[in-house]
Design a protein around this ligand. Structure first.
Ligand SMILES: [Zn+2]
Length: 383
């Protein structure tokens, strides 16, 4: 792991300059929101995932609004940047009515998007009434316009997850009522998954909305990095950046002069894009080999990779992640807690992943705070 070059007092001092959580879920525990003003982290980027948390994220962002890009710099106040989106774990709850304008029968819908085909009647009966993708996109666009720095998230693809089984009566009676409903909450897992094709439809529609409003997106990908790349690639097709040499070659073929010693500067197409300008691969778990797919100069999206203590630096993946972090340019790394409650534990998780990243990158803590802060700022605001 290399020597620990951090000293804790230095970390505390430099944290005052601002540490940013690029991806978290404190609205899963609404009682923890009161702890947000006392946190060390300066801005939380809070994800919405499902029907139960979209309005909660909206409300919390309205309570801690970030109105100007520089607002957080000279104040002890804490801020929230909201993200609105539909997570792949809940993608089965949505039907695509964009071309049909029809509300499908719930059973027909669920049998079509869940694999293997649902035969468990108790499970099927307990599924919620499915929702319209069209209506969700309208509501999400409203929320994005209401919060000028809001982004799309959490969206993505997941090949590994299975849907939780229906609540047993005794389980439901003893559930922790301080948690926002809708997540698994320790329920047993069914054998059922959501068809990847359906997950892709829900993801792509949301990425197009991000593109429409020029907002970034926070992306979840589990065993699906190739598929996420495919969806993005299909959206940016025709928008790949060209080097000035390629551009000149193209215009000289049209009769213009070709300049000699061109620099390899990649430029973007001027057509309106159908992909987000920036994305964050949250809790990035893909291999180092795969990074070049996202980092190639012709890719017209500014891609960031975010790391969490929980997912990336514990268990079997913690060895692999060191090589991945080393391979990512300094300017493309973000940190996150991915935690389901605000407060001291969230600060602790951020501190822990901050130190791991600084350790791998051999950054003194002050440099780490500076680089990670600048990266978060570029991811959220653009330039
Ligand atoms: Zn998350």
């Amino acid at each position: 792991m290399g020597e620990n070059i951090l000293d804790h007092d230095a970390v505390n001092v430099s944290w005052q300059k601002g540490v940013f959580d690029a991806h978290c879920h404190p609205t899963d525990t609404m009682s923890s929101i009161d702890e947000l003003p006392g946190m060390k982290a300066k801005v939380l980027t809070i994800m919405a995932t499902r029907r139960e948390d979209q309005t909660l994220v909206d409300q919390v962002a309205a309570r801690f609004p970030l109105c100007h890009k520089d607002e957080y710099e000279h104040t002890a106040s804490k801020f929230v940047v909201p993200a609105f989106g539909w997570h792949p774990w809940f993608s089965y709850q949505m039907f695509d009515d964009r071309s049909t304008n029809e509300i499908p029968d719930a059973t027909t819908h669920y049998k079509a998007v869940i694999t293997p085909e649902v035969t468990d009647e108790a499970f099927l009966k307990a599924l919620p009434e499915p929702m319209s993708l069209t209506q969700f996109l309208i509501d999400t666009e409203d929320r994005l316009r209401k919060h000028p720095f809001a982004m799309i998230g959490e969206v993505g693809l997941d090949r590994a997850f299975r849907l939780p089984k229906e609540w047993l009566p005794e389980e439901f009676k003893s559930r922790d009522t301080s948690l926002t409903p809708g997540s698994r909450e320790g329920r047993r897992l069914s054998p059922y998954r959501v068809q990847l094709a359906h997950q892709k439809i829900i993801l792509e529609a949301q990425l197009r909305l991000a593109a429409k409003l020029g907002r970034p997106a926070s992306i979840h990908s589990v065993q699906a990095h190739g598929a996420v790349h495919e969806v993005l690639q299909s959206l940016w097709a025709g928008h790949e950046k060209m080097s000035s040499r390629q551009r000149k070659r193209r215009s000289s073929a049209a009769g213009a002069h070709a300049a000699d010693h061109d620099e390899e500067i990649y430029e973007e197409s001027l057509d309106p894009p159908s992909f987000p300008p920036r994305i964050c691969m949250h809790s990035y778990s893909g291999p180092a080999d795969f990074l070049r797919e996202f980092m190639h100069n012709k890719v017209p999206v500014d891609v960031y990779f975010s790391f969490s203590d929980v997912i990336n630096f514990s268990g079997p993946s913690s060895e692999k992640v060191v090589d991945v972090v080393k391979a990512i340019p300094d300017s493309k790394i973000l940190i996150e807690s991915d935690l389901h409650r605000a407060g001291a534990e969230m600060d602790g998780r951020l501190d822990s992943v901050f130190q791991r990243i600084c350790d791998v990158k051999k950054w003194p803590s002050e440099k780490g705070v500076k680089i990670l802060g600048e990266n978060w700022r570029r991811f959220v605001f653009g330039a």
